[in-house]
Design a protein around this ligand. Structure first.
Ligand SMILES: Cc1cc2nc3c(=O)[nH]c(=O)nc-3n(C[C@H](O)[C@H](O)[C@H](O)COP(=O)(O)OP(=O)(O)OC[C@H]3O[C@@H](n4cnc5c(N)ncnc54)[C@H](O)[C@@H]3O)c2cc1C
Length: 494
């Protein structure tokens, strides 16, 4: 572990999540003298990236195009897998569709076009990629990934990703200063940034550098900013990831005239066990992503969302907001004996409430049993005939009720019934600063602020309203690599 401060750095990186670590590698590859400061102590390092599933979305022509990048597992030989193609135009259309057409065109192009080259470059730097089964379905003995689900993750998930990146960065000799919190940018009279002011265990110090890359996340762990920008109630939600992303970088950049950009009242908020911790809530047991096969009701026994609108990967990031709108920010996912076998592993160690009948379940949940019975009966009658197929959008829908369930609408009629209490968990915020294609921070006058870059969660304009899963890490790697190269060349060119 390095001890500071440093004042002769070419490129200073603030934050050591996926984006910051990738930026460090890219800048070092360009022969820059690089240093990283990280607010967390060493034992809590990794940021949201460390809490993540380590799943990366990227465009690929067909499985043959990515097979050489993947480590084959003896338990999952490539002969037993079928990965449907996910061409660039599908990734592009997904980004535009789920963001309701608002995603910035230049950033969207960057995300799509640089996705596979960046994954390949990371492999060349020693990152190990594997198939993972979370999004797979089974056809006979074959594991199938439908187009748009995400087949690839870093070995060991999010923790594995950051552990590998820290190892690779350590091998380059780039120092990381832990327990150092940037609190302000240093800028000369012309506005050029030359480092940061930071709180260290030894007091407040300057860390000077020719180029500064902000990689210190959004404001998801700051209840005051959540209430201010996302709105009432958001101060109370659970925080899935790191406690350290409290918007410092955004505040510091805005203070120096950076242009705010993107969906400042929007965030990625998904569905999480109601009993999870309030902060750093994510664990192997807390996600509740089998809801497309459930009937989901609020405390009053009312459905409030189309549980089967699409594959989970396209709906989970917006469903948290719907749950937040419900009384006490609580909902129940109800399964019966037909759908129970489809539950993902995180449900296995938890405590569902059980009922031999809908009325009995309602009593367990403290609900009006007549109301729940009527609502479930209404749902069952509305469920249309058709083949139930959990591996694809089966179009087995309801008719005549609101909200509709668009796929996987099986009647809830095979007791005992199991109910899992869930709530809203914020993942990360969408609002950020505006950057150009090299990830230089742009001022409100639309000019790059000399010496300043921003990457990862700090960049606005990528995501609005919703998000296709696996795009956050890909964005972090792409922007990290771009900024690392750009900052190193800026220093060289001075
Ligand atoms: C539970 C969970 C699961 C997820 N799963 C996935 C997934 O599978 N795939 C996917 O694509 N995305 C996923 N995401 C989203 C993804 O993790 C993030 O979007 C991405 O990791 C952000 O990377 P980053 O480097 O920008 O930020 P982070 O990884 O959060 O890194 C920011 C770093 O900055 C540090 N920091 C903060 N303030 C300061 C300061 N003032 N000074 C110095 N350092 C500071 C923090 O301590 C942290 O280490 C998930 C997120 C969560 C929370």
């Amino acid at each position: 572990m390095a001890s500071g401060p440093v004042n002769d750095t070419d490129v200073l990186i603030v934050g050591s999540g996926n984006a910051g670590l990738v930026a460090a590698l890219a800048a070092h590859e360009e022969s820059a003298k690089v240093a990283i400061i990280e607010r967390a102590p060493v034992e809590r390092r990794g940021g949201n990236s460390g809490f993540s599933g380590g799943i990366f979305r990227f465009a690929f022509r067909n499985f043959d195009a990515i097979r050489p990048l993947l480590a084959e597992s003896p338990t999952l030989p490539f002969t037993k897998v079928e990965v449907e193609p996910y061409p660039a135009d599908s990734f592009h259309n997904d980004l535009i569709r789920v963001t309701e057409g608002l995603a910035d065109p230049t950033l969207t192009k960057l995300l799509v076009e640089e996705s596979l080259p960046t994954i390949s470059w990371m492999a060349s730097r020693g990152l190990v990629w594997e198939l993972h089964l979370t999004h797979a379905s089974k056809r006979g003995e074959t594991f199938v990934w439908r187009s748009g689900t995400v087949p690839v993750m870093a070995r060991g998930g999010g923790r594995g990703l950051v552990d590998m990146l820290f190892d690779i960065v350590d091998q380059t000799g780039v120092p990381i200063y832990y327990g150092v919190r940037a609190v302000g940018l240093l800028a000369d009279s012309g506005g050029a940034v030359y480092g940061v002011l930071a709180q260290t265990p030894e007091g407040t110090k300057e860390f000077r550098a020719k180029a500064t890359i902000l990689a210190c996340g959004g404001f998801e762990a700051n209840p005051e900013m959540r209430a201010r920008y996302l709105g009432p109630g958001w101060d109370l939600v659970k925080v899935r990831g790191t406690r350290y992303n409290t918007g410092d970088g955004l505040r510091m950049a805005l203070e120096k005239g950076a242009a705010p950009f993107g969906h400042w009242s929007g965030c990625h908020a998904s569905v999480i066990d109601a009993e999870a911790a309030d902060v750093e809530a994510e664990s192997t047991d807390t996600t509740r992503y089998s809801y497309p096969f459930s009937v989901m009701v609020n405390r009053e026994g009312e459905r409030f969302v189309d549980e089967g609108e699409d594959f989970q990967v396209y709906t989970y990031a917006k469903i948290g907001r719907k749950i937040l709108e419900q009384p006490a920010c609580i909902a129940y996912q109800i399964f019966d004996q037909k759908t129970l076998p489809l539950l993902r592993s995180p449900y296995m160690n938890s405590r569902p409430l059980l009922g031999q009948s809908v009325e009995e379940l309602a009593e367990e949940l403290g609900m009006d049993s007549e109301r729940l019975r009527l609502n479930i009966e209404g749902f069952n009658q509305a469920a249309q005939e058709g083949e139930f197929d959990p591996s694809g959008r089966d179009g087995k829908r309801t008719r005549g009720i609101t909200p509709v369930k668009s796929n996987w609408a099986l009647p809830l009629d095979s007791p005992p019934f199991y109910a899992y209490a869930v709530t809203c968990g914020i993942t990360f915020t969408y609002g950020g600063v505006r950057v150009d294609p090299q990830c230089r921070v742009v001022s409100e006058d639309d000019r790059p602020i000399p010496g300043l870059w921003a990457i990862g969660e700090m960049v606005g304009g990528f995501f609005y309203h919703n998000y296709p899963s696996g795009s956050g890490l890909t964005r972090g790697s792409i922007t990290g690599r771009k900024a690392g190269i750009s900052a190193a060349r800026y220093v060289k060119g001075r």
